[in-house]
Design a protein around this ligand. Structure first.
Ligand code: F3S
Length: 284
């Protein structure tokens, strides 16, 4: 029987718990509510919420006065908040406090005269929200996704401030900051990667080196899960990213004595349990 080690940090983070609990409460209290996009990148949880009549909004045009909308943990630009207030809808703000901290730091950097570099994924809802706060504060900046992107877009500015999308890869963040530091006169850095992300990434690094096979569980569209899988794969080529138990292939576990398991911030505990159970069955 193989030895299965499940990362302590696997599964729902604090911010996702707040968002999912608020959505369940909204469904029960109002009998109907919307979320501004999938509440988390997990189909099973989205389906569960649909059962409570909490549905993903396809367009803000769908909203009518008196409707309830939950802003998910990624946050939104200030102009979206204003628009929702003008529509007269009931807004439940489940923006993660760590994401709100990025908004505050961006505002501070703009007030202090910095050009802002956001280390994050272009087009990700959290980054769209951060850019909205940058614009609101009257600042200018760019989003960089990788070193190539940073070098290509590098601003000719003397004062540069840096923040990160909360779920960014720590190593890329450090590399990017090092590059910026050697190319500007003045630099101010806020490492806004949230604690839940740093702890999870560190644990995956440790586990990936110790085991024969690593399984990372989470939505294929979940950025933080994909980054976990990349980090693990770089250290252990026998890394597989699955959304649920029936994707596991027995071939992966041939001769494996130690198996590591971790999961993204939007993966519910019951899915992790199902995957671990299935690995037990496969490995006898
Ligand atoms: Fe918040 Fe970090 Fe989770 S930003 S939503 S605690 S991954």
């Amino acid at each position: 029987m193989a030895n299965i080690k499940v990362a302590e940090s696997a599964g729902f983070c604090f911010g996702v718990k707040i968002a999912v609990d608020s959505a369940v409460e909204a469904g029960k209290k109002f009998g109907k509510a919307f979320t501004n996009g999938p509440i988390i990148h997990n189909k099973q949880v989205v389906q569960f919420l649909e059962g409570l009549n909490v549905k993903e909004l396809k367009s803000y045009d769908q909203l009518k006065r008196g409707d309830t909308i939950l802003i998910r943990s990624h946050g939104v630009p200030p102009k979206t908040e204003r628009m929702l207030n003008q529509l007269g809808v009931n807004v439940i703000d489940a923006t993660c406090p760590f994401v709100k901290k990025v908004h505050e730091k961006v505002k501070q950097l703009v007030e202090e005269g910095y050009y802002v570099v956001i280390i994050g994924e272009e087009g990700h809802p959290e980054v769209i929200g951060i850019l909205g706060h940058l614009e609101e504060a009257g600042g200018k900046g760019i989003v960089v996704e990788n070193m190539e992107d940073l070098i290509r877009k590098f601003p000719r500015r003397n004062k540069v401030g840096v923040v990160a999308q909360t779920t960014q890869n720590e190593e890329f963040f450090e590399e990017a900051v090092g590059y910026i530091a050697s190319n500007v006169e003045e630099l101010k850095v806020f490492n806004t990667i949230c604690d839940a992300t740093s702890v999870r990434q560190e644990e995956v690094k440790r586990l990936a080196k110790e085991v024969d096979v690593m399984i990372i569980i989470g939505g294929k569209h979940s950025g933080n899960t994909r980054r976990l899988a990349q980090i693990s794969k770089a250290l252990n080529p026998n890394t597989y990213h699955v959304e649920k138990a029936d994707e596991l292939d027995s071939e992966w576990f041939k001769n494996a004595e130690n198996i590591g398991v971790s999961a993204g911030a939007s993966t519910p505990d019951w899915i992790i349990k199902e995957v671990v159970e299935r690995i037990r069955e496969i490995t006898g």
